[in-house]
Design a protein around this ligand. Structure first.
Ligand SMILES: *Cc1c(COP(=O)(O)O)cnc(C)c1O
Length: 486
């Protein structure tokens, strides 16, 4: 079981190498050469805990990890760091099933993968007998940064540098990052947006001079963004787990098809859902839900990807993205694994800001339905759900709920629908309570809803701000050099 690069079929590596490298050469992304099938029939599937299921699903994909190694990674990641012992509980509200992925240490779904990635990486380091230090370079739209630092803080043999758009994250996201403890963690604000940060980070990965300088100092870069296949593999697990809970609660029969709605930015989460489907999970439609930055909605509707457009800072900032990196992995399938066709599409995107699929390529995207929600609609949906059931959802989840409802109007034979819920409402309280509660957002949300305040949010105000650096996007490379003393 090897991984191949989307841009070079001769580049084939083991799972541990793919995770350590993060990005393949020439900017390619690693893909499993084939997907194993996970049997869901039989009682065994229904009895598995999250951790057991995680082992069963990840083991064939991480073929060069021993049973002991992988089980250790899983038990270090999915334990009482999560405040719900189910890890990813399913919550029924009316006709909707919310798969809650925000019970981890940073209150967003990024914890599902980033709590295990550092262990996968340090295990991979040992396996490859690499005695280099791993330097994680990460661009964040707000949630990855915190979750990655939380995961990598004080992990031996690693350093982590996070770049975030200083005017493009929520107050709580910013505070979470700037108060992060750890001898090996660095956080830097930039004057650009997420796409600017992601582009520069990718350039640094491909910068041969930089690579050599690191090498001389016994360091190598890797990525904690979802371009790293080590982020996507753990995310496949919760789709199976959500499905298992639907069966166990008697909501569906084993084998019955469901639809899934996913709030989408960098196309990582929904791609993991697509992979779950390839591995045998009975998913019919994958609903790709965007906010006002609806580049993906237009892409699925027309087959043309047009990144040159206005960028909006919205009330669901973790999805404010115009270049969805992981789409390259789906494209690779659409072009029948033709590296040169894929490279030419990616060059078009870089050079002219767009690419266009052929009719036969476009016709293969039928399992995806795409739609978007405006900011006002997001606020309305949150209110409606609350008034109906007393359940509070965050703005990202609200995007998925709104587009799921749009999809239902087109459906002839309705299937059960799972909404992937990606953040705690306490991370983005303003959408629910309005803007006039500066400094009192958390208390106000609590007073209005009686929803228990997560401990990590309660503690936030008493923690010191540890990082103050803001730079221009053009200075990112220089900053990395100086933080690493190169
Ligand atoms: C990152 C994030 C998303 C988008 O997920 P992608 O994998 O980038 O598509 C959605 N909601 C929240 C809360 C997030 O943090």
């Amino acid at each position: 079981m090897l991984y191949q690069s989307t841009r070079d079929k001769n580049e084939r590596v083991t799972a541990s190498k793919a995770i350590l490298n993060g990005l393949a050469s020439e900017g390619g992304l690693y893909i499993p050469e084939e997907f194993p099938t996970i049997p869901i029939t039989g009682t065994n599937f229904l009895q598995q805990t999250y951790q057991e299921l995680a082992y069963e699903i990840m083991q064939p994909l991480l073929a060069d990890f021993s049973e002991e190694e992988l089980k250790k990674c899983i038990s270090k990641a999915y334990n009482d760091k999560f405040t719900d012992k189910k890890i990813a509980p399913l919550n029924k509200q009316g006709a909707d099933y919310y798969l809650e992925l925000f019970h981890g240490p940073t209150l967003a779904f990024k914890d599902m993968a980033l709590s295990i990635l550092p262990y996968l990486m340090t295990t991979a380091l040992k396996k490859q007998e690499v005695d280099q230090e791993i330097v994680i370079l990460t661009a964040t739209s707000g949630d990855t940064g915190k979750a990655a630092m939380e995961g990598f803080a004080d992990v031996e043999g690693t350093k982590i540098i996070v770049f975030y758009p200083k005017d493009g994250v929520s107050d709580i996201q910013k505070k979470q990052m700037l108060t992060q403890k750890g001898e090996n963690t660095f956080v830097v604000g930039i004057d650009g947006n997420f796409d600017d940060a992601q582009t520069s980070v990718k350039q640094m990965f491909e910068d041969q001079e930089l690579k050599q300088m690191l090498n001389q100092h016994n360091m190598q870069f890797s990525s904690a963004n979802s371009i790293n296949i080590g982020r996507l593999i753990p995310q496949i697990v919760y789709y199976f787990y959500g499905y298992q809970q639907l069966v166990k609660k008697g909501e569906i029969e084993l084998g019955e098809k469901i639809n899934v709605s996913v709030p989408t930015g960098n196309f990582g989460n929904i791609l993991a859902g697509h992979y779950a489907k390839k591995m045998g999970l009975p998913i019919s439609q994958l609903i790709c839900a965007s906010n006002r930055n609806k580049v993906l909605t237009d892409f699925f509707d027309t087959g043309s990807y047009l990144k040159n457009r206005d960028f909006f800072v919205t009330n669901s900032p973790s999805m404010d993205i115009l270049v969805s990196s992981n789409l390259e992995r789906l494209l690779f399938e659409l072009v029948n694994k033709d590296n040169s066709r894929l490279i030419s599409l990616m060059h078009d995107l870089n050079r002219q800001g767009n690419y266009h699929l052929l009719e036969i390529e476009k016709n293969k995207m039928g399992e995806f339905y795409a739609g978007f929600a405006e900011e006002r609609e997001i606020e309305e949906v949150i209110q409606q759900v609350y008034e109906k059931s007393g359940y509070v959802i965050d703005p990202h989840t609200a995007v998925a709920k709104k587009v799921a409802d749009d999809y239902r109007k087109t459906e002839k034979e309705p299937l059960k629908l799972m909404i992937v819920s990606t953040a705690s409402p306490y991370k983005f309280p303003v959408c629910f309570i309005g803007k006039n509660h500066k400094g009192k957002e958390v208390e106000t949300l609590h007073e209005k809803t009686q929803l228990p305040i997560p401990k990590v949010i309660e503690e936030l105000n008493s923690l010191p701000i540890l990082y103050k650096t803001n730079i221009k996007t053009s200075g990112m490379k220089q900053t990395v050099l100086s933080l690493l003393n190169l």
